[in-house]
Every structure is written in C-alpha cells, then in structure tokens.
Design a protein around this ligand. Sequence first.
Ligand code: NDP
Length: 475
Amino acid sequence: MAAHQEKKPSEERNRKSTQNGTRTSQVQWGRAWEVDWFSLASILFLLMFAPLIVYYFIMSCDQYQCCLIDPVIDLLTGNKYLSDIWNKTPALTYRAAGIYTLWVTFQVFLYVYIPDFCHKFLPGYVGGVQEGAVTPAGVVNKYEINGLQAWIITHVLWFANAYYFHCFSPTIIFDNWIPLLWCANILGYAVSTFAMIKGYFFPTNAKDCKFTGNFFYDYMMGIEFNPRIGKWFDFKLFFNGRPGIVAWTLINLSYAAKQQELYGQVTNSMILVNVLQGIYVLDFFWNEAWYLKTIDICHDHFGWYLGWGDCVWLPYLYTLQGLYLVYHPVQLGTANAIGILMLGLIGYYVFRMTNHHKDLFRRTNGNCKIWGKKPEYIECSYMSVDGTKYHSKLMTSGFWGWARHFNYTGDLMGSLAYCLTCGFDHILPYFYIVYMTILLTHRCIRDEHRCLSKYGKDWKRYTSAVPYRLIPGIF
Ligand code: NDP
C-alpha cells in the first residue's frame, strides 16, 4: 500500500540536516511525527469531552435558559438525575435528518458542480482555480475557489424563501437545533473515520501522509494532508467553509427570526451579532483564496480536529451569542451599542489589514508598499522532504513589526465585541472569547514551533527583530 511505503524507518525519519546552522529534521516542518505525553493527554481529553461540552452548552440553553451553573447545582443537590436531563433532550428526528442531508448535499453540489463566476464580474475578487502553498512533500495543489458564490446563492435562496416562497419557516434551524446536533455529530464522526481509513488504504498523496503510530493522535490530527475525492473535492476546503462557515450566518439569521417570532422585534444586540459575524464570514469568503495560505490548509492534516470540529464545534459554539439572545433579548443603550460596534470594526480592520499585508507581501515577493514604504524583511530558507531548498521572507514591517501574530489580536478584539453584545448576566456568551484566546495562543505556540523547525536560525533572527507575539510590550 502506498501509504505504508511512506512510513519511514525511525533512523531515516530522524535523519537530521544542518540547515542555516541549526539542526532540523528534513521532515519535521509539517505536523509532528512523534507524540509527547502532553499532546496525547490533551487529545484524549478533547476526544472524550469536546462532544460533551457542546451538548452541555446547548442543553443549558434549551433546559436552563443558558445558565451554565444550574444544571450542576441540580445534579449535585439531587434535584435532578442525569437521566432526567437526558430524557428531556430532543432526540434525532427524521425531519432533522432530512434537513441536514438536503443542506449538506446542496453545499456539495454548489462546491463541486458550479464553477466560480463571481471573479468574472466582481472587481478585486480572486476566485476560480487557484494554487495552494507547497506541501512538505513539495506538491502544489489546485483548488476551485467558489465559496463566495455558494454563500451568495444560499443566502439569496434563504431570503427568497423567508419573504416570498414560505416553503419553510426562517426559524427552522433554531426549531430543530438539538436534533440537528445529532446529525452534525454523525457527519463529523463519519467523515473523520473515513479520512483515517482513506489515509491508510487510498491516500490522495502518500508522500504527504503522516503516521505517528498512535491511533488517537492520528485520528485526531489526521493522517492525510490534503484528502480529496476526484480532482476537486478537497475535504479541508469543503468542510471548513461550507457546512461550517456558510451555515454560521444562516444560523444567526434563524436566531433573529426566532426573536421576531417570540418578542415581535429583533433587538439591537442581535443585529450587532448578525452584522459583526456577517462581516467576518463574508470576509472569509471574499478572501477564500487567501485562506489557502493559512495554517488550516497549509499545515494541518485532516482528522477529527478539522472534520468533527467543522461540522459540530464551529456551527454550535461560534453561534452561542445569537442563541443566548433568543433566550435573553438584550436591548443595548445607544452608547454601548456604538462602543461595541466600534470595537468590532476596529478588531476587524486590524485582523483584515494584518492578513492582507502578509498576503500582499508574499504574493509580490516583497515588491509592494506597507504603510507607504517598502517593507523590511528577513530572508530565510527551508527544505522539503526530497531535499529541495526553497527561499522565503518574513516581513518585519507594519503590524507584522508590532507583534508576530497581530492578526490574532484583531480577531480577539472582534470576538470580545460579539460577547459584549450579550451584557453581563451570564457567562455562557463569553465562552467564545475564552475559547478564542486559548485557541489562538496555542496556535501561536504551535505555529512558532513549526516555523522554528522549518526556518531554523532564520526564525530566531525574526523573533529577535519582533520579540512579542500578540500584544506589543506584554506578550
Ligand atoms: P497566519 O495567517 O498568521 O499564518 C502563519 C504563517 O504565516 C506562518 O506559519 C508562516 O508561514 C507565515 N508567517 C509568519 N510570520 C510571517 C511574517 N512575518 N511574514 C510573512 N509570513 C509570515 O496564521 P493562521 O493561518 O493561523 O491565521 C489566519 C487568520 O485566521 C488569522 O487572522 C486568525 O486570527 C484567523 N483564524 C481564525 C480562527 C477562528 O476559528 N475564527 C481559527 C484560526 C485562525 P510560512 O511557512 O509560509 O512562512
């Protein structure tokens, strides 16, 4: 089997090359080959508890008006048993299964069968066939970028139905939220398991597969780098973007519709959540070609972390603010609403500009202007598995000179703004900022570890030039 041929004997895997004066493994710069006990413990924890965490949050809203403490108090005081909570939880229904199947099938159809036309008439939009980054095995994949088009078609149909056709209620997602959770879990587990089997028996590119020998680590972090079916169905691009991010704005719209149905009005906090998260989602699709150069696509393998995460974690936990506002309709004072809007927009500006500057810098190979000046950078080099040497540049100008991940800082400002729309009565809506802080800090560390393995001594020169990660002068 091709994938097995790729499993190298340990002495060969551990072969070191002296690159830029720093000892680095030739095959180390992708995902890890060996698993330390801390990674393994974290993975086992997530595999066991992440589905429970999602269930707990959604159940707390359904049965406890979004209060996270009351279920624990009820259980500890013997007021309720686990079986009482479980028995009150809506089960999987044929209706939810039908809705979910139709939804995913429709998104597959839009992704696979409708080539992008948006780039033909939208100035500045990059769509159609685009190239990804060089993989550790030296492969450059091509992608059909048509996410914006899928998002537009889906939302036009949604509004057409809400205002003209009335085939289904715009509250359909909220009304079936827990039965849909079971469907999302089924798909999440199915696709992660399929990806694992595929990695062993029929990988798309055997040279980009990684086996640690640890079943749980491989299941969680993935074996195949870019699993595909046929030439174009790319698992990572599809699952992150389509059932996950296209759904995000639809879910928020469904929450707004539910507020309208329950209270006869949509609160300004709900509008803020819809607008700020809508900008974030639209930004993602407008820049889908840029997404090909992010860690998700460039470095992460496709396993449970991305497969289940995109199907369940993202749509259920990234939309908690809107869900909370259905149960607690907060009407913000004008000054607070404007303050939150400004925080969200400034966060978005920082996030977008930082990402744009890196993209521009890399696309033009440094021949561009950042804040009106030619950018400064550090020259660096790295090697792919076959020993080919590549050259790259790390920019030290603009926001990239302030901190090594100032794009994350902007993202965190926006995340805080979403949470603040919900006021301070409950902690549930603040889960998002806590989670994003952990996710992005961990991502910083993970990315820097990888960059050190990839660039060696050059990366150390870069971290001396830009010493802070997220907040200049502090961290
Ligand atoms: P980055 O876009 O910051 O990409 C990091 C990579 O960029 C590095 O691995 C390196 O790759 C390259 N790089 C690092 N420093 C420099 C530099 N100074 N100059 C040029 N290139 C550099 O990270 P992510 O892909 O994680 O994030 C992209 C965006 O997505 C972020 O804004 C983040 O906030 C957002 N995000 C949002 C999430 C969410 O759930 N909402 C989750 C994750 C990310 P190379 O090997 O090419 O040198």
